[in-house]
Design a protein around this ligand. Structure first.
Ligand code: 8Y4
Length: 273
């Protein structure tokens, strides 16, 4: 399976690792944009050295209950990082945003992939991606981040997530975006209970059979804490299990904080697959 994104072509015949690059105000620096940009770029280069195949740059937290950040603040966080990083990165850069203005400026600054938790449902988002050569990840979410974990509800979570992804894939294809530019993602933790998340992992093959490469994100998420215990910093081993199981069940890309450990674990998976 091939994934075309910007100037890159990834051969997804082994599991790939997307490293998470959070761009949030740096409490250790003087608060200046330059210091936070350079320390973020350094962290991103460290993730490449650890074996990351893709970097995912995000300026707004979308974890349950997080408050949204304004457009100008998001732009001022991520654009300088993408500009600097794209000069020195040897791997594709993804922009984690649902805002079409951020997508457009990030692509102009050198981003190769749009990672959209809203699956291009914001007005104008489809057009921005269609008028570029960027790759794209379409993710499922029930509700909105502020309230999505209050009462997630499905009759058949796997069938409903699958239908949503097929529908968004078809809309995207109808806008002229080539199918080898599109990744699909069940959106673990985005309006899903523990039982919903586990059903989706168990039946990940039903999503893989849509025929598009799957990206999954389970790194440090509450599901892992609910299963194995521990706070966010104590979920590494549970996260490795989740990445390994996902890759064995057909996920082509895993989005993680802990790149080195995940790269090693997925080398074992690749040797077996
Ligand atoms: C601790 C650390 C607890 C992080 C929760 C979190 C996904 C994603 C996110 C995903 C895709 C997160 C931007 C949520 N998750 N994009 N983004 N797939 N494609 N929470 O699963 O990491 S942010």
């Amino acid at each position: 399976m091939i994934f075309i994104c910007g100037k890159y072509q990834l051969n997804l015949n082994r599991p790939h690792v997307m490293g998470i690059v959070n761009v949030t105000p740096d409490s250790f620096s003087d608060g200046g944009k330059f210091t936070s940009t350079s320390s973020t770029v350094e962290h991103a280069l460290q993730l490449i050295a650890e074996g990351a195949d893709i970097l995912d740059v995000g300026g707004e937290s979308t974890r349950p209950g997080a408050t949204p950040v304004g457009l100008d603040e998001e732009l001022s966080r991520v654009i300088p990082v993408i500009q600097a990083l794209s000069q020195v990165s040897s791997v594709p850069i993804s922009i984690d945003t649902y805002k079409p203005e951020v997508m457009r400026e990030a692509i102009a600054a050198g981003a190769d992939i749009v990672n959209d938790i809203c699956a291009l449902q914001e007005n104008g988002a489809l057009e921005v991606v269609a008028s570029s050569n960027a790759g794209l990840c379409l993710m499922h979410m029930q509700g909105i981040p502020q309230t999505m974990q209050l009462a997630p509800s499905y009759v058949n979570v796997v069938a409903e997530v699958r239908q949503f992804l097929v529908d968004r894939l078809n809309v995207t294809l109808a806008h002229g975006i080539d199918k080898n530019r599109i990744l699909l993602d069940p959106g673990f933790g985005f309006g899903k209970t523990r039982a919903h998340n586990i059903a989706l992992i168990q039946q990940l093959n039903q999503l893989a059979d849509i025929g598009q490469p799957l990206l999954v994100g389970l790194s440090r998420k509450a599901l892992l804490g609910a299963i194995a215990g521990g706070d966010e910093q104590q979920r590494l081993y549970a996260g490795i299990a989740a990445s390994v199981i996902s890759a064995m069940k057909g996920a082509k890309i895993v989005r993680v904080h802990d790149v080195k450990a995940t790269v090693d674990a997925l080398k074992v998976v690749a040797a077996v697959l």
